[in-house]
Design a protein around this ligand. Sequence first.
Ligand SMILES: [Fe+2]
Length: 144
Amino acid sequence: MLVGVAGLALAPLARAPFACAQERAVPRPPSIEGREPVDAMALTREERRHVPVLVLPRAVRAGRPFDFVAQIGVEPHVMTEAHYIEWIELYLDAERVFSAELGARVAYPIVRVPLALVETAHLTVRSQCNLHGIWRTRRPVPVT
Ligand SMILES: [Fe+2]
């Protein structure tokens, strides 16, 4: 269960006045579906550039804040006018707790989100590439 989500560290940067990101209405599907790697131990080139990589502390203690980091791609996805990550979302279980819209002027598709959990939760990060669709990574976060 989520206790609270303190400040959204990268949100101000991610929501900076990039006209290309703000003028575009990005549709959000109602579910938390997305493509996942077929074989996590043998990623394809497309998967290596789109699957969200989650960085978590080794241990999460109940109620203690920690920084969660998500980067889009083992090799960070390119961010150009023609090809870029449009948005990144974070869910705890089925609840969306963070979202950021990105534009081609954002150098890297990476976000840091301070979280605090009181019990084990499933964390899902989704992102959308303007050319290659929605991708996701899900992982349980054990809380001690
Ligand atoms: Fe892409």
